[in-house]
Design a protein around this ligand. Sequence first.
Ligand code: HXC
Length: 487
Amino acid sequence: MTSDLSPVVAPTDVPEPPTSRPHRRVALLSESFQEFGSAARHSVTAFGMDRKRPDGDGVVTGTAVVAGRSVGVFAQDRAALGGSLGQVHAAKIARVLDHAAKARIPVIGLLDSGGARIQEGVASLDGYGAIFRRNVGLSGRVPQISVILGACAGGAVYSPALTDIVIMAADAHMFLTGPRVVKAVTHEDATPAELGGAAIHSRRSGVAHLVAPDEHAAIDLARQVLSYLPDSCWSAPPVVDPLPAEPMPDVPASHRTAYDVRSVIAGVVDAASFLELQQTFARNIVIGFGRVEGRPVGVVANQPCSRAGTLDIDSSEKAARFVRLCDAFGLPLVTLVDTPGFLPGLAQERGGVIRKGAKLLYAFAEATVPRVTVVLRKAYGGAYIVMNSRSLGADAVFAWPGAELAVMGAEGAIDIVWRRELERDPDSRPDLVVKYRAEAAAATKAAEGMSVDEIITPARTRDAVAATLRALSAGEPPRFRHDNLPQ
Ligand code: HXC
C-alpha cells in the first residue's frame, strides 16, 4: 500500500554522507552540520589547474551545532591542492565569518593548509587579506577558535594568530614559510618540528594556547574552550551546575619557599573546572579558564615555583592578552598575587620590558568586568600595581594574614632606608626587618589604607571570591568592550 507520505526519492538515490577527512573532523566537533558551498570550485586554467578542480575547492564550510550551540565552521582539506587557499576557498571562509558576524555566533576553524595557493597568485593573497580583515572585524565580538591539524603555512597561520585561541595537535606544524623556503633563503636546515612543531609553539613562541596528543583530543579541546565563552560579547557566558572547590592547600609561610600556585587555584574554582592555557610558555604566570559557582571566570596567578613568580616580558604579554580576552567576553577576573616584582636585568630592559610590561598594566586598567584580587604572600613594587590592584580598578582586594604589600621586600628596603644605621650597627638588621615588616609592609597597613578590603584566612578564600562575584554578577549587561588585539 502506498500513501501520500511515501518518500519521493528512493533510498538508493539518497547521496551518501560525505566521508572526506574534513567532513570527519567536523563530525568529531559537532552534533549536526549544515554544509554550504560543497559544489563551489575554482575556474583557473593556468598551470594545468583545469584538471585539478576538487568539489568544495579544498575547504568544507557551514554552520554546526556544538554542545547545543550554533557555530560557524570551516575545515580545510590537505588532500585537495594541499588545502591551499585560492579565491573560491577564501570566499567560502569569508562567508562563514560574515555569517558568524550577522548571527553573532562563534567560529571554529580546523586548519590544514599550505597557505596561499601559489597558482592563483595575487588573487589568493587578496583572499587572505579578506579573511584577515574579517578576523579582525570579529575580534572581541564573537569567539574565534583555531585548531591546527596539519602542516600550516603563511596565511594559514596568520589567520589563527588573529583569533582568540590556537589549539595544535601534537603532530601539526605552524610556520610562515616551510623548511624548503627557509633552506633556500637563509641556508638553515630545520625539520618541520624544529621550525614550527607543537613543542616550539607551546614552549618557545607561545603561539599555541593548547596542545593535544592527536586530532580527536584537539577538537575536543575546542569544545571545552567554547564551554567557557559566550556566543558573542552581547550574550552571557554559559553557566553550568556549581561544584565545590578542592580544599585550600597549606602554602609555605616563608616567602622564599616555592609552591605550585595551581593548587591554590584548585582551592578557589569549582572542582576540575580549571583549563590552563599556554601552560609551558612563560611559566612564571599561570592563566586559564575556570568556573566559580558554575560561572566562567578567567584566572591570572603568579607562579612562585617558576622564576620566583616574577613578572617579565613573556609573562606580561601572556597575561595581558588573556585579560583582554576575558574582558572582551564578559568573564570576571580572579587574580592571585604572589610576586617579588618585575625581573630586573639587562636582557629584560633591552628586550623592552617597559613597553611589554605596560601591556598588562593597560589590560587590567582597561578591564570593566568584575575583578577580584587575592594577595597570597607578597606583592611588591610595580608588580603589585600591575596585578589588578585597587588603584587599577579591582572591585575587591583580599589578602592573607601574612601577606606583605610594599615598594620592595624587607631586606632590600632596609639597605636603602637604614643604610647608615646598618653601617654603625650591623647587628640591628633583624630588628629593622621586623620593624619594616610591621610598619611598612604588613597587610594590615594596606587594609588600614583601604588598598586591601579585607584580610581573610586561606580557608575563607573561595567563599570570599564567590560571594564577591555573585554580588557583582548582576552588573551591566553584556556589551561590546574592545577587540582582542594579538600581543
Ligand atoms: C599550492 C600547495 C601549496 C600552496 C602545498 N601545496 N602548499 N599548492 N599552493 N601554497 C600542494 C603541493 O604542491 C602538493 O601537491 C601538496 O600540496 C602537498 O604538499 P607537500 O609539499 O608534498 O606536503 P608536505 O611535504 O607535507 O609539506 C607541506 C608544506 C609545504 C610544508 C605546507 O607544502 C610548503 O612549504 N608549502 C608552501 C608553503 C608556503 O610557503 N605557502 C605560501 C605562504 S604565503 P601535490 O599535487 O604534489 O600533492 C601566504 C600568504 C599569506 O600564505 C601571508 C600572510 C602574511
